[in-house]
Write a protein that binds this ligand. Structure first.
Ligand SMILES: O=P(O)(O)OC[C@H]1O[C@@H](O)[C@H](O)[C@@H](O)[C@@H]1O
Length: 321
């Protein structure tokens, strides 16, 4: 059976035995904690100190950030109700349920699982977020891709409308050495530098190289290449490993990962804490900061507003190469 429950029923494992591709999705936070592509290479970073017992958000994999990105106080334009939310919202720290029957590989050679989370049955969530909300998250595995689709349904019964929200897929992409990885192509995009108090900048380089420096930037999905100087972003992004590392047999990870997304995920956060801040993160193992780059597509510049009775859907596809 290519979709099974493991780890005491806390995790759904998707498997394509012929291609050795697999993925693991924890019900806690609907966090994907492992994705092995064609040939069995692990493409996601997971800290060896990550809490996997449901006591805090998982340090690694793909946590879901919803309904607020960062701390509510980060946003000058945040609606009042957002102020009651924890950092990065509640989706990553709630137990989700499986909403479909676990199924075999379909005719297209892919296998998937859908998880769901509703505020209507959770008084703890309604206390901080007084909207009738139903989230669905579908993770689909093919031999060389992982697709993640988030659906936000603001139910017609909701006591308040519209519902403001932000959403982001917090990909911790594994790299042989973050100081030598390159991220392309965000050139022409404007960014807000969180490490410089939100200072604005424009990306001039075709390939961003972190080179060991801390990076915490929100690339706003507006680029300067349209007739009026601005247009929607959401371009495909490639994370390339450094070619000189590829021959190391212990680090045979492929050449990189390509990320494409639906237009709803128009912004991109690039985050790596660097050594000093990395070593200060309690649930990150020593030197862990060098093993990943977070490339996070989302809608985090401003707030979406969803009327009751309406649905919002966004998707990313990660492709291994
Ligand atoms: O430690 P957390 O809550 O998982 O957040 C990790 C990082 O997540 C990134 O998305 C933010 O831009 C960073 O500012 C933040 O430090």
């Amino acid at each position: 059976m290519p979709a099974t429950l493991i780890n005491n029923n806390s995790t759904v494992r998707l498997e394509l035995p012929k291609s050795k591709a697999s993925a693991e999705v924890r019900l806690y936070g609907a966090t994907v904690t492992s994705w092995k592509s064609n040939g069995g290479q692990e493409k996601l970073f997971l800290s060896s100190k990550a809490a996997l017992d449901g006591s805090s958000a998982i340090r690694g994999g793909i946590p879901i950030v919803f309904p607020v990105f960062g701390s509510p106080s980060d946003h000058k334009d945040a609606p009042l109700e957002v102020s009651r939310l924890p950092k990065h919202g509640f989706a990553r720290t709630e137990n989700w349920s499986i909403s479909n029957r676990l199924s075999p590989v379909d005719e297209e050679g892919q296998v998937s699982v859908t998880l769901e989370l509703s505020t209507t049955t959770r008084p703890n969530l309604k206390a901080v977020w007084d909207y009738d909300l139903h989230l669905e998250y579908t993770v689909t595995l093919t031999p060389s891709t992982l697709k993640c689709r988030l659906t936000v349904a603001h139910l017609a019964t909701s006591p308040n409308s519209p519902m403001p929200f932000q959403a982001l897929l917090h990909n911790y992409l594994a790299v042989p050495d973050s100081t030598k990885a390159g991220i392309s192509d965000l050139s022409g995009s404007f960014y807000l530098d969180k490490n410089a108090g939100g200072e604005e900048g424009e990306e001039l380089s075709q390939e961003i190289k972190l080179q060991g420096e801390p990076c915490d930037r929100v690339y706003v999905g507006k680029v300067k290449d349209s007739a009026d100087g601005l247009s929607d972003g959401g371009r495909d992004i490639t994370l390339k490993y450094n070619a000189s590392l590829l021959d190391d047999p212990l680090r045979r990870m492929g050449k990189g990962v390509e990320l494409s997304r639906s237009k709803e995920l128009r912004d991109t956060v690039i985050w790596n804490p660097g050594q000093e801040a990395g070593d200060a993160i309690a649930d990150l193992h020593e030197g862990g900061w060098k093993e990943y780059v977070c490339v996070e597509p989302g809608s985090v510049a401003g707030f979406e507003k969803l009327e009751s009775g309406q649905t919002w859907q966004a998707e990313q596809t990660l492709t291994a190469w």
